[in-house]
Design a protein around this ligand. Structure first.
Ligand SMILES: Cc1cc2nc3c(=O)[nH]c(=O)nc-3n(C[C@H](O)[C@H](O)[C@H](O)COP(=O)(O)O)c2cc1C
Length: 432
């Protein structure tokens, strides 16, 4: 990290959301599953310490790691599930820590659908039956198709989790509709082959998301921020597939834009733009720095495409590593918030450094490797996720992140934390 100085920055500007709430600056800490939950999927003191560190680090908004609406349906080991008020005291402590220093702390709410690893779930559900394709199939049990009753139960669960989050003191929620999880599965014609009102036309495929959104809004009221994390398309970088800008048959850019406009009309407060699924993940290699050089800020072409089409604030997420890129994106008007995840596991006070100290270096992501090629090939994706989890666990123990930690330690850490369940794929595929 270089240590030059800079004077003023648009990243420091407050932003008022459609619901009337103002956030103090443009740093939007994107969701990172902390893998810190207790065995019964509850938050712990470690969450309190981690979010206090991030809140003191100066971000405007902290999005929590994804919190599940059903403890029998987890996306990965170490997830929190909030289904009732039994963990309210610890949720309150977590929310209060995340809201220190004038920070907003929003819970990300999720249901994994069929992306629930077989090591922790033998009975996943999905819009339609059918295994996950390709090399990933073996990691997931075949899901059963959701009945109407189950769909309505899950919608109620999203609303209930949001209600409890508000009661606990979280200051907003983010609905996870991206990365191939259940809502994304409903949106994708590849995953959703239903013939009822939840499948078929885009309007029907988006109905589940809109029902979830409306139920959450009814649960939290009009003055409470609701964000939606949505794929720009199911392909995380703009590669042409059969002349379509999206996975063949997957959710594509045109559809995403239509969904965003509908969400805007329904009163969403912010759209967090991402992309990808398990088989085409948002994080593509275990060499972060090389990937950053290749991709720059993620989804900028899409963000340029929608500029001027929407008035709802956007958080563009992925690839922001330095103040110049952040300022450029804000000045160009392609985003209103800077969505940033991995750098904050390495430099939790990055917002303060940029806003207060005028720091204008760049956060270099590591190449995470065990040094053993076959291991890297087999566990590349797990290595990266575990490596960042390890850094979050260090912060939660009051230690500084350590960028020199090797891949082997990350792998052993994952095995120690989660047992064999750690070896199912999580959020990105193997080393490429
Ligand atoms: C350890 C880890 C856990 C993640 N967990 C989540 C999650 O729970 N929900 C989510 O929407 N994205 C999750 N992501 C993806 C990030 O929010 C973000 O979209 C991605 O890392 C790209 O942003 P970055 O380049 O700033 O890291 C996770 C990423 C990492 C590295």
């Amino acid at each position: 990290m270089a240590n030059d100085k800079k004077a003023v920055t648009p990243v420091a500007e407050p932003l008022t959301l459609p619901c009337g709430v103002t956030v103090k600056n443009r740093f939007y800490k994107s969701a990172m599953n902390e893998a810190l939950a207790s065995h019964d999927c509850a938050p712990t003191e470690a969450h309190v310490r981690l979010y206090r560190a991030w809140a003191q680090g100066g971000a405007g908004v902290l999005i929590t790691g994804n919190v599940m609406v059903d403890h029998t349906q987890l996306g990965e080991p170490g997830n929190i599930a909030v289904e009732d008020e039994r963990d309210l005291p610890m949720l309150r402590r977590w929310a209060a820590a995340g809201a220190e220093n004038g920070t907003h702390c929003w819970i990300q709410i999720n249901h994994p659908g069929r992306q629930s690893p077989i090591t922790i779930n033998q009975h996943p559900v999905a819009p339609s039956a059918g295994k996950v394709d390709g090399e990933y199939g073996k990691f997931f049990a075949e899901p059963t198709e959701l009945t109407h009753e189950q769909i309505h139960d899950i919608i109620r669960r999203f609303a209930n989790t949001a209600r409890i989050a508000k009661k606990a003191g979280f200051t907003g929620v983010e609905i996870h509709a991206a990365h191939g999880y259940l809502i994304n599965q409903f949106l994708s014609p590849l995953d959703n082959r239903r013939t009822d009102e939840y499948g078929g036309s885009l309007e029907n495929r988006a109905r589940f998301l809109f029902d979830v959104f409306d139920a959450v809004r009814a649960a939290v009221g009009p003055d409470f921020p609701i964000a939606v994390k949505l794929n720009s398309s199911d392909v995380p970088i703009a590669i042409k597939v059969n002349e379509q800008n999206g996975a063949p048959g997957g959710f594509n850019e045109e559809e995403s834009i239509w969904v965003m406009k509908q969400l805007e009309a329904r009163g969403v407060d912010l759209i967090d733009i991402s992309g990808g699924t398990y088989s085409k993940p948002v994080i593509q290699t275990n060499d972060g720095a090389a990937e950053d050089r290749r991709r720059g800020v993620y989804f900028t072409d899409f963000a340029r495409r929608i500029k001027g089409e929407l008035s709802v604030p956007i958080a563009l997420t992925g690839g922001f590593r330095n103040a110049d890129d952040m300022e450029h994106a804000l000045n160009e008007g392609i985003t209103q918030m800077i969505g940033i995840a991995r750098p904050l596991a390495l430099v939790p006070d990055l917002p303060n450094r940029i806003i207060r100290d005028g720091w204008c270096g760049s956060v270099d992501l590591p190449r995470v490797s065990t040094g053993v090629k076959p291991l890297d090939k087999a566990f590349g994706g797990i290595l990266v996720i575990s490596w960042f989890e390890l850094q979050m666990h260090r912060i939660a123990r009051g230690k500084s992140p350590n960028p020199r930690i090797g891949g082997m330690r990350a792998l052993l850490f994952a095995l120690k934390q989660h047992g064999p369940a750690a070896l199912a794929p999580r959020r990105r595929k193997g080393h490429q």
